[in-house]
Design a protein around this ligand. Sequence first.
Ligand code: HXC
Length: 257
Amino acid sequence: MTYECISVAREDRVGIVTLNRPKILNALNLQLVSELVHELERLDNDPDIGAILLTGGDKAFAAGADINEMAEASAIEIMKRDQFAVWDRISRISKPIVGAVSGFALGGGCELMMNCDIVIASETAVIGQPEIKLGVMPGAGGTQRLVRAVGLRKAMEMLLTGEPISAQEALRCGLVNRVVPVEAYFREALKLAKQIAAQPPLAVQVIKKAALKAEDLPLQDGMDYERNGFYLLLASEDRREGMQAFLEKRKPRFTGN
Ligand code: HXC
């Protein structure tokens, strides 16, 4: 499939996906989101890929859903598009997604960022959910994931004023992992993605899934879920290799089996 709204590249075991509609600040039209999901699922199924890096441009990660596409559409038309079904597939990607976020991450852009498992932000990042200013509200998880990420009070302020926060503030409230100069955010994120991509693939996926369950499950159910994953990994060849390599004081060679 050839893409018009994203570009793709690969470095070592990292699949790099770049949102690519710079003239309109990577506004997320239906085509972009469908290309993005297609590529994420392709990378998820590629055994040579261990982690995914998702980025935009220095000026904008993404300035939200494409307002041109929504402005004239009726509620029924938008409901029939069922555009959020495709967003739900992003949250089912099993490999870790590292976000490299610079400039505007607004509305759907912030929601997309929150679908990343780890986020490296540039100090120019401007992050928020401005939908209220358009008379609407977030539709791809903004009210739910933001509350989980930063707590009810902070989320409520952001959602009800529509005012964005700076990268430093996002760092303080746990919305991003690290803030670095704009020249460095992509490099830092790629380094991190490569580090994760070199880990045993099965353990990476089982850990990601278990950690995400912590947001949904009561503690004891989460603990039971974790334990099943723990036993499952004990059956893997990579577990044997990892422990053997430790005892033989050599580097492990993981195969994903
Ligand atoms: C369509 C957009 C856009 C968007 C920017 N542009 N954001 N087009 N949809 N979300 C376009 C502008 O129209 C303009 O096109 C060009 O990008 C550059 O933007 P400017 O406004 O000239 O740049 P600047 O003055 O730097 O302001 C940047 C900005 C502002 C603060 C990000 O563009 C802005 O407020 N954008 C809207 C942000 C927003 O409300 N997002 C939430 C959308 S709703 P031209 O042709 O004039 O050069 C949403 C719902 C999510 O996301 C539901 C789940 C999918």
